[in-house]
Write a protein that binds this ligand. Sequence first.
Ligand SMILES: Nc1ncnc2c1ncn2[C@@H]1O[C@H](COP(=O)(O)OP(=O)(O)O)[C@@H](O)[C@H]1O
Ligand SMILES: [Mg+2]
Length: 367
Amino acid sequence: MAKLRVGLLFGGCSGEHEVSLRSAQAIAEALQQSSGKYDLRPIYIHKDGRWQAGDLAEKVLAEATPPALMSAESEAASATNPSGELATTQNKVLERLRSSASIEGVDVWFPVLHGPNGEDGTIQGMLKLMQAPFVGSGVLGSAMGMDKLAMKMAFAQVGLPQVKYLPVLRHEVWSNPCVFPKLCDRIEEELGYPCFVKPANLGSSVGISKASTRAELETALDNAASYDRRLIVEAGISNPREVECAVLGNDQPKASVVGEISFQGDFYDYETKYTEGMADLTIPADLPAEVAQSIQDMAVRAFLAVDAAGLSRVDFFVESTGKVYINEINTMPGFTTTSMYPRLWAASGVSFSELVDRLVQLALEER
Ligand SMILES: Nc1ncnc2c1ncn2[C@@H]1O[C@H](COP(=O)(O)OP(=O)(O)O)[C@@H](O)[C@H]1O
Ligand SMILES: [Mg+2]
């Protein structure tokens, strides 16, 4: 049987570029171990948006390191294949891919891209235009799963419990000095302190601050507005437990066991997320069976509410009273060998390589 050609896209114009390299490396290894079923075509997306196949992509994948950080020797070696470059600007990508890389005959794409420009429907729209099947959510599911305001509206529609929140636009924060104090008054009245101020479309806790005073709120809004036009301010839960559930499937998705993240510090910020040893995962989470079951049900409802496909990780807060709130869905969750998503499935009886295999099959399934 002919091997299935898998176009592995990784890197990307996002703050989660480095995580993408590590996720892609783990996925590539699993695909290569799949008893010769797949023919892997790695394509690296530089931080500036250029797409590159060939030696450089292979090298970045093998080292899980962006070219700028590679040793001079490695980069010089990979520069010997300039023909691997697929496009010099993002605008040319589609045109060139249609005439050249689709030609490389990719049967299915695996966009292992986290955050903006990868998990938000942009790449998905392009792959759809190329009429190629791809792993994960489509345009709608990716966009809804990226934008915290859109996702919350979808969650509310299906009755999922969430904290109180207010949508804010950048212009309310920046453009009019009369509007800003009124905005802060409204946040104080409706949400109180502490509250969390977030850019609506980011990830990895970038731009997120916890505010406990008016001065902190003002700084937090200004900071978040520097990242995104759309912001969200949420009522803070004090010292919540943070639990996560993995979902796999298309129209009849299944939920994994529930896992818990514990860490030192005020909240699960960027540093805690990416510093080795700062967070611990407990799988399965120590929760009463009926609470775990209800979290699994909610995870599946959240997946369907945003029209996700393939995979998602759904994150929850458990208050000290035991009340559970949904926090967010991630349609392309971290996928390194130590990431929560594959570990939740491993604990649910699906090994890393079976998981990757299943995701490719789900991409090929008629929806
Ligand atoms: N409403 C909230 N109450 C308490 N903690 C919160 C709240 N919102 C966010 N946090 C803390 O901030 C972290 C990052 O927020 P999150 O919305 O998950 O952003 P990201 O999409 O960047 O992961 C959470 O994991 C949690 O530790
Ligand atoms: Mg999160």
